[in-house]
Design a protein around this ligand. Sequence first.
Ligand SMILES: [Zn+2]
Length: 155
Amino acid sequence: MRLPDSIEIRESDGKGLFAKKSIKKGSIVFHFDGRIGDDAHTNPESLQIDEDKFLESTAKFDDFLNHSCEPNCYVDWHKLDLVALRDIKVGEELSFDYNTAEYDLIDMVKDCSFRCNCGSKNCIGEVRGFRYLTSEQKKRIRKFISPFLKKRFEQ
Ligand SMILES: [Zn+2]
């Protein structure tokens, strides 16, 4: 998995991915090409797609994609692409909403919840996973959640 020309890794809160070129709304930023496995969800960088289906971390640049409560990207769960949610300017940090991918960040091998500093007016503060969102917060991100979360949400 090669770092696309449009992106660079820079220091953020830890490391982050930043736009090196402007990225148009709706365009594919990159494709997640990690292995699809059925292993237990042990790695906070893996993404849960379905009950027993995980996109494993590639241990490459995609692990530096940070969370925002008002992200500029989302995951297309069918194609496993990261897609620009709006036009992104040069120098902007790329982000997606971890709550669209993670059911429970606390109940993992180690507690992976964290305090969000995204500064958006809809910032939820503590990022703990979809499970802990209010029903209003769940509704707000419904369009972008993984098939796995959608199943849970519709139960
Ligand atoms: Zn936030």
